[in-house]
Write a protein that binds this ligand. Sequence first.
Ligand code: NAD
Ligand code: WQD
Length: 336
Amino acid sequence: MKVLVTGGAGYIGSHTCLELLGAGYEIIVVDNLCNSREESMKRVQEITGKKLIFHKIDLLDEQGLDNIFKESSIDAVIHFAGLKAVGESVAMPLHYYHNNVTGSLNLCAAMLKYGVTKLVFSSSATVYGDPHTVPITEDFPVSPTNPYGRSKLMVEEICRDLYAADSSWSIALLRYFNPVGAHQSGRIGEDPNDIPNNLFPFISQVAVGRRAELAVFGDDYPTYDGTGVRDYIHVLDLAIGHLKALERLDEHSGTHIYNLGTGRGYSVLEIVKAFEKASGKQVRYQIAPRRPGDIATCYADPAKAGQELNWSAKIELKQMCDDAWRWQSNNPKGYI
Ligand code: NAD
Ligand code: WQD
């Protein structure tokens, strides 16, 4: 089976490529490298001892995309390509809508033209906004609070309309919680440009000495230690979720939403402690004001993915920290 992976050079994409190659899939990656490096693709091939095909193409380049579909008989698509920084999306909404929504429209149009109707899409728990309670099930109301989240919801809706118009489409909308960690080899991992927005890469960079201290955004949330609680999921568990979704699409048309999370939450301070233990380094921090738009607590009810995909997250917090640290300490400047 030949799978087109958009955004495959990125953090979650590269780990999913690794699992796909391991499971015997043929892969074509398209990525414009706006937030990644081709080195990740080299390392995926080095770890697996298997080849993939890489094309530096932007999803906004309709002709480039068309050529890929024309020259290879693609069976299914996993669509990771997108911009993901919440704050940047507030500052540059048109850029986010254009990249994430128009890029996805171009991809779906090419799929339609070439009769490819199996799609796995990277959505996000961010579509739930501030949930009225936890754990979050897939039928919770959606109300994203920023352009990034709305771009994800728009693509979900486009996917639902595609299926309504043509029932041969099989689409999995995967709502990820907080992906963290890295492959155990320490050769691939998360390599954010500039200052990390997310907790795990920030903590890793403090531990490795690249940043002085972590700002803990708020200690007055209604959580047991006052800091925000999130559902951190190891990127390899997440990657396996994509393979399970792909397998299921073979036999089930429709649009299917799945939460991919562990079902348990950890606070910021618990993560700091776990990371200190894994790295043997002190993670200096200071309590700072709440970050605008943040919510107190967010974790998944992943039961639907358990029942329908036969998937559940297996990897514990300790290994998430061990693996994130191995990647960070072996590659203190990322892929450079
Ligand atoms: P990432 O930035 O590492 O990977 C995204 C990849 O897409 C990058 O390699 C980037 O170069 C590429 N890309 C972006 N726009 C493109 C375009 N127009 N054409 C071609 N390539 C393009 O991010 P990630 O963490 O691996 O996230 C993958 C997907 O999962 C994204 O869609 C993201 O929104 C979604 N997601 C991520 C998280 C998270 O916390 N990491 C959580 C929920 C959902
Ligand atoms: C986690 C916790 C922060 C950084 C974001 C996106 C979401 C999804 C995943 C893409 C929160 C606290 C963080 C720091 C801190 N991405 N924190 N200091 O906000 O749950 O989700 O990434 O879809 O859309 O919104 O993740 O890692 O940024 O924050 O105290 O320097 O860590 O307040 O409680 P978040 P995060």
